[in-house]
Design a protein around this ligand. Structure first.
Ligand SMILES: Nc1ncnc2c1ncn2[C@@H]1O[C@H](COP(=O)(O)OP(=O)(O)OP(=O)(O)O)[C@@H](O)[C@H]1O
Ligand SMILES: [Mg+2]
Length: 314
């Protein structure tokens, strides 16, 4: 396992009005991973990122980056950290080319026209290189932010909702960009409202709500621990009651006995296998069925059940 590149310990932020946006957050990010931070509006995601990037002053806890306390190594550490902010804070009258080139210089890297061209082409911004940023569409502006972060070649990159407002096709393009950065060894922490994005991209997922990190785990482990399998067997003839042969399965009759519902596998990851066993048990018990509809719960279902439905973002 790679060494930690970022360690938050007891990180707390209370804003001046008294709102606790981060509540004692412990988190360790390892070099080379893609970590997705999922949480509803106002959960504290941007505050967490801002604390590491020097935009928010924490009220408690500590931040270690690249193996040293951030408070002592601030300048050198900051040059190794990239940020694609949620909000556009770039000079709107600057051209795309200059904004992206400037971002490289800001962190002390030598100019490299070929690299800038490569980045702009990869984000479909090459045709717009001489346009002022204010002349771009919302999705293009977001891509300029990504280009700026890539130009600076950071080791640790924060993407705060990188694909919000970006159309589906471009979102997939951006996922490829992110993958490519990972291949070059960049460690990536992204926040997103698109659970599909976390599911697609992330090695590990953290779920944050009201400033508290509720759960952090490998994506696959989280799915095994919390994921449910649900299956519906359409029965050839209705059943009045469950035969005892099926008592070891978590099943119940529904739709007036014409359908048998299985729900289970959470905590064991054995849902699919149990559905297969159940199918055999039905055959052995002489119960005929005409179809099976199986569904595994997604990260979204897990997210919803952890947070309670009323808190989930649209
Ligand atoms: N500068 C500030 N002053 C006071 N309160 C703030 C400030 N910035 C954020 N907050 C509050 O802190 C909480 C967390 O905000 P934050 O922006 O970190 O959430 P988020 O998870 O990024 O949400 P979103 O998904 O909407 O971007 C919110 O209740 C917000 O109103
Ligand atoms: Mg935010």
């Amino acid at each position: 396992m790679n060494e930690p590149i970022l360690e938050l310990s007891g990180l707390t932020k209370v804003y001046s009005g008294g709102l606790k946006a981060l509540d004692n957050v412990d988190l360790e990010i390892r070099r080379g991973e893609i970590f997705a931070l999922l949480g509803p509006n106002g959960a504290g995601k941007t505050t967490l990122i801002g604390s590491v990037c020097g935009l928010v002053r924490p009220t408690g806890g500590s931040i270690n980056a690249f193996g040293a306390g951030l408070d002592t190594t601030w300048r050198s550490a900051r040059a190794r950290i990239g940020l694609v902010p949620q909000e556009m804070a770039t000079d709107m009258f600057e051209t795309v080319w200059r904004a992206v080139s400037y971002s490289r210089g800001l962190f002390g890297l030598a100019p490299n026209k070929a690299r800038i061209e490569e980045i702009l082409r990869s984000l479909s911004l090459w045709d717009k290189r001489d346009a002022q940023i204010r002349e771009l569409s919302g999705g293009m502006k977001r891509r300029v932010l990504i280009a700026k972060a890539m130009a600076h070649e950071p080791e640790l990159l924060f993407l705060d909702e990188p694909t919000a407002g970006v159309d589906v096709e471009l979102r997939k393009d951006m996922w490829r960009q992110i993958d490519e950065m990972r291949a070059r060894g960049v460690t990536i922490i992204l926040t997103t409202h698109y659970i599909e994005e976390a599911e697609e991209m992330a090695d590990r997922v953290g779920i944050i709500s009201k400033g508290r990190l509720l759960m952090v785990d490998e994506k696959a482990a989280m799915m095994t621990k919390l994921g449910l399998t649900e299956a519906h067997f359409a029965l050839a003839a209705p059943l009045a009651q469950l035969p005892h042969e099926l008592s070891r399965f978590s099943v119940e009759l529904e739709k007036g006995g014409t359908s048998l519902r299985y729900r289970g596998g959470d905590g064991t990851g054995r849902g699919k296998a149990e559905v297969a066993e159940l199918a055999k048990a039905l055959v052995n018990a002489g119960i005929d069925f005409t179809g099976i509809d199986t569904r595994e719960s997604s990260l979204e279902d897990i997210f919803v059940s952890l947070l309670g439905e009323e808190e989930v973002p649209a």
